[in-house]
Design a protein around this ligand. Structure first.
Ligand code: NIG
Ligand code: FE
Length: 400
């Protein structure tokens, strides 16, 4: 049965027109048929629906595309609350903390990892995230990395092999040997379950040359590249990602003018991760500078137990608006259409005929409330592939 959402006060389609990049429609309606959007536009133009439909009265509320969270690390054991607490008392974040999660992840059973993964995925969905990318990277041996990509593939097609997350303790002082393993047997075991190849190009993790080896090996195996770079300091990793045609370079907390120019001239998205700066007390990157220079910017949560344990895209939007110079409309664009670009997907991230019916009904009259009312659960109903799955709004669970 089709679903007609009527009486939408503000519909953000993100289908650009000459006078509105965000494709905003007031007094709008959306028609969902099966898993697709059959029609979207001004309510007065809504088509007749032969065969009947379920009507959802939005009562003047806002509808936006489902969030596309293009960067997460959801398969892990344990947590690092004590590390966070120490950081808030003045300690610095360093890449090495990853190793404690590696130990907990190796010790966990598949069922334990799966339960945690599914709970986090559900938590995301309830907050409006309809597509999530998930990385491996807390296994760092062949068996565990293969377990992690397989588990991730149970919940998303957007799986990233991140064997080059950090050098595991048993390879201390032998980083190049570990890279040999990553680009050899570990890649063999993981590539069949992944779509993306990634590396953590950073002091304390992998050099630019090592990251290049990893990405090039993945590309040769048919995976598409993306890269963590410039999180803790300036890095030539950004230029490497652009050179290799990466879909996205992620973090970008420290970017030089050359990096910005290279990104603007490329098809590589810069994915900003405000939860990381929040949780590591790093300076927020200047999204305004990037957008004004013509860089395509995405926003993602980077959900992980170390540097950013939020799963909330609304939280990231609020921080991006408050502290990174984005307008609310730009932040919503980056969290939806921008995320889709970072995953090279054109079937999600906008509300238009033929796209996947992934949308969010907010408990608010406008998208501005996502930043204006930070911390308030404003996601009322979420449709994923045309099915109303959940909403963690103030009105309780599902609104069908
Ligand atoms: O994206 N930067 C590398 N990886 C994660 C952090 C992982 C961790 O600290 O456990 C990130 O921030
Ligand atoms: Fe990350």
């Amino acid at each position: 049965m089709a679903t007609l959402i009527t009486n939408i006060g503000e519909l953000t389609t993100n289908v650009a027109s000459p006078d509105d990049r965000f494709g905003t429609v007031h007094d709008a309606a959306v028609l969902i048929e099966h898993d697709r959007i059959a029609w979207a536009g001004a309510a007065s133009d809504a088509p007749a629906v032969p065969g009947g439909f379920v009507e959802v009265d939005a009562a003047g509320r806002a509808v936006i595309p489902g969030f596309v969270d293009s960067h997460s690390h959801l398969v892990f054991g344990g947590d690092r609350a004590a590390e966070f607490e120490a950081r808030m008392a003045g300690q610095k974040y360093a890449a090495g903390g990853i190793r404690s999660t590696v130990a907990a992840t190796r010790a966990a059973t598949d069922d334990e990892l799966r339960a945690r993964l599914r709970a986090l995925r559900d938590e995301m969905l309830a907050q409006g995230t309809t597509t999530v990318e998930i990385k491996s990277g807390y296994g760092l041996d062949i068996d565990t990395e293969a377990r992690l990509v397989r588990l991730a593939a149970e919940v998303t097609p957007e799986v990233t092999f991140l064997g080059a997350h950090v050098v595991p303790a048993e390879y201390a002082e032998r980083a190049d040997e570990y890279v040999d393993l990553v680009v050899g047997e570990m890649l063999d075991a993981c590539a069949p379950h992944a779509r993306w190849i990634d590396a953590f190009c950073e002091t304390g993790a992998f050099t630019v040359a090592q990251s290049r080896r990893v990405l090039e090996a993945g590309i040769a195996r048919g995976l598409m590249p993306r890269l963590h770079a410039a999180q803790l300091g300036p890095s030539e990793g950004v230029r490497l990602a652009v050179e290799l045609g990466a879909a996205s370079v992620d973090h970008g907390t420290y970017l030089g003018d050359d990096d910005v120019a290279a990104l603007a001239a490329s098809g590589t998205v810069l994915t900003l991760l405000p939860g990381v700066e929040f949780s590591t007390r790093q300076p927020y990157p200047d999204a305004r500078r990037l957008i004004d220079a013509g860089v395509t910017v995405a926003l993602a949560c980077d959900t992980n137990p170390g540097s950013s344990f939020t799963s909330s895209m609304p939280f990231c939007i609020a921080v991006a608006v408050r502290d990174m110079g984005m307008t609310p409309a730009e932040a919503v664009w980056a969290a939806t259409t921008g995320g889709a670009a970072a995953l090279r997907r054109d079937d999600i991230g906008t509300i238009a005929q033929g796209k996947r019916a992934d949308l969010v009904l907010l408990d608010a009259p406008t998208r501005v409330h996502l930043a204006y009312r930070p911390g308030v659960p404003l996601v009322r109903t979420v449709w994923k592939d045309g099915i109303a799955v959940e909403g963690r709004g103030r009105h309780g669970a599902l609104t069908r």
